[in-house]
Design a binder for this molecule. Structure first.
Ligand SMILES: [Cu+2]
Length: 330
């Protein structure tokens, strides 16, 4: 009976093998420090386990010549054994405490940041606002954080509604976003890649659909992305997309979404200025395609029940035009 459960248990363990979002695939300064700490603690625990099992086996092996009652010698041996074990326990706990203390202190050592991004978590998506001294250069995006490789990124973590938690296991430790207070997380990617992140604090119905991506790219690519993001939305050229812009501005869409360069300036939902340039929509739910836009706009409540975008009644033509317009926003 028990043996029959074994394959199932092994199968479940296999699910830990993905590298998509793994603490053990560390590519960021902070994540590497944390991974080393985890491995160190695992080794210490393994050695302790072996020692305990060793002593237990030793104690269970029957031996001849042991006296019937407790004599002075065995009592003395016992005292020494207990004292040694207690001292060893205290020492090991001490070492582990010091190791975690120095590791976590190094994570938040501050220093100068090359890029500062305000992260505003809300049910159930991530708003990323790229700060700049020059007011005209500030822009925002959603669910996709672009960073330059090898640079220090300062994230100012804020929550709009309830507590959320920012976690990109391959790059850094996790940190909560708490309404009314700001936490700071320092992030640094050592090599280019797309790192999956996920809200790590249960925040309501769609907590599981609150993913994001950190895209670490070399400086030239990052600068190109930055320059593009700072531009206003592209003017639609296709007839269908032009009609779509009209629908967007006429329906409630513009009350919740901003599209720079148009009169749409809502702030309840993600900024859509360059929405088609993002890999996914609705916080990792759907890959960005014209079909996904249509599906999402037609019925956001079936795709992501409870989310804060209502179903706006549209005709089939309006839906097609809106999707074409969304797809033109690169
Ligand atoms: Cu959450």
């Amino acid at each position: 009976m028990k043996l029959r459960c074994l394959p199932l248990a092994l199968l479940i363990m296999l699910s830990g093998c993905s590298t998509a979002q793994s603490v053990l695939h560390a590519h960021g300064e902070a994540a590497i420090a944390l991974k080393n700490l985890i491995i160190f603690i695992a080794w210490v625990a393994a050695i302790i386990w072996l020692a305990v099992v060793g002593f237990l086996t030793f104690a269970l092996v029957p031996r001849r010549n042991h006296s019937a009652g407790p004599d002075n010698r065995s009592e003395r041996t016992m005292t020494i054994a207990v004292a040694t074990a207690t001292a060893a326990t205290a020492l090991i706990i001490g070492i582990l405490t010091v190791a975690s203390f120095y590791t976590t202190r190094a994570l938040n050592s501050g220093g100068n940041a090359d890029v500062t991004v305000v992260v505003r978590a809300q049910q159930w998506w991530w708003q990323f606002i790229y700060a700049d001294h020059d007011q005209t250069q500030i822009f925002q995006t959603a669910n996709e954080l672009h960073i330059p490789v090898g640079k220090t990124i300062r994230l100012r973590l804020q929550a709009v509604d309830v507590i959320h938690s920012f976690w990109v296991p391959s790059l850094a430790g996790k940190l909560d976003l708490i309404p009314g207070r700001e936490n700071t997380l320092t992030l640094r990617a050592e090599r280019p890649g797309i790192y999956r992140g996920q809200c790590a604090e249960f925040c309501g119905l769609q907590h599981g659909h609150m993913a994001f991506a950190v895209i670490a790219e070399d400086d030239a690519d990052y600068q190109r992305w930055l320059a593009r993001q700072r531009l206003d939305a592209a003017k639609p050229t296709e007839a269908e997309a032009i009609a779509g812009q009209g629908v967007f501005l006429a329906k409630q869409c513009a009350a919740c979404h901003a599209i720079r360069g148009t009169s749409a300036s809502g702030s309840t939902g993600p900024d859509l200025t360059h929405v088609a340039g993002r890999r996914t929509i609705a916080a990792g739910l759907l890959e960005t395609t014209r079909g996904s836009f249509a599906a999402w706009i037609a019925d956001p409540q079936t795709l992501k029940p409870g989310n804060n975008m209502p179903m706006v009644p549209l005709t089939a033509d309006e839906l097609r035009q809106l999707s074409a317009y969304m797809e033109s926003l690169r």
